[in-house]
Design a protein around this ligand. Sequence first.
Ligand code: PHE
Length: 349
Amino acid sequence: MNYYLRTMDAIIKQIEVYSNEINSFFAADAEALEQFRIKFLGVKGIVKAIMGEMKNVPVEHKKSFGQTLNAFKVLAEEKYEAEKQKIESTNIASGFSLDISLPGMPTPSGSRHPVTLMRNRIVEIFERLSFTVAEGPEIEDDWHNFTALNLDENHPARDMQDTFYLSTDPAILLRTHTSNVQIREMEKKQLPIRIICPGRVYRNETISARSHCFFHQVEGLYIDENVSFADLKQTLYFFVKEMFGEDVKVRFRPSYFPFTEPSAEMDISCMLCKGDGCAVCKRTGWLEILGCGMVHPNVLKNCGIDPEKYTGFAFGMGVERPALLKYGITDIRLFSENDVRFLEQFSGV
Ligand code: PHE
């Protein structure tokens, strides 16, 4: 064995000894760790010194010797990092680098969407009148969205609601109103019925600042013996006062819906100009809020309810419109753009 090989052998034995020392090393404190670093990893440390031997090693042994050296270096480095981490975390645990008098990290709590806020307000008011929430599918069949509501196939009023049909099956559509839920509830025939139906609806309309191809509605239905138009008016009066305040005036205009007879549209006096006329109310002083009426006997019959015994009223309103008014929003598209800068403004509302 020549000189270099003898030296190499000795070095490898020495590396084993040092490796044992490293493996069993435990840094009691930062000072001990620093000593470890200087001894093994410092500029004049053992790792550097042994690495310096590489140049003396015969070519054919360089590879395996190099691997041994490298493993030794990694061992020392990893031990150092591990012990350093331990010391740092004990420091934190014992308060050295943690000032517990600092304020905590704020957790962003998020906020409700303005449409949700408005829907909840509407629902809450009707819940106080013992209405309960009912929900139904957004993908609906023709019967529940139209036919059962007294709009048979060729009814011209179907054009009032530009509908998204499934191209593969036109009997399936995206509901154009939440009246489908009313039909589904009536079909259960558990009377009396006093429900409120919030949900998303779809209409094939051109998207602009004032209209979108989907929006939200809350519809209501009350069916019992002796329900009259007076009940409808009183219920909606109560709603308006709770929602928009005592000063707001209400008017009913005769209207037409295939599923109600008589039908009306309800307006409230414009809260922005107090009825004087402004851009929002198109100079009329009134804002159209909802459609309503007494449930058509054909609708009751379609659901197996005896129209001689039972009567009822229904109403339906959009959620976006009052939300625009309440929060002073000028473009309906903002509701669905998911811009956090917009949505954040409603936290704490
Ligand atoms: N379903 C009607 C619409 O979407 C609203 C409405 C509901 C009108 C109930 C009268 C009675 O336009």
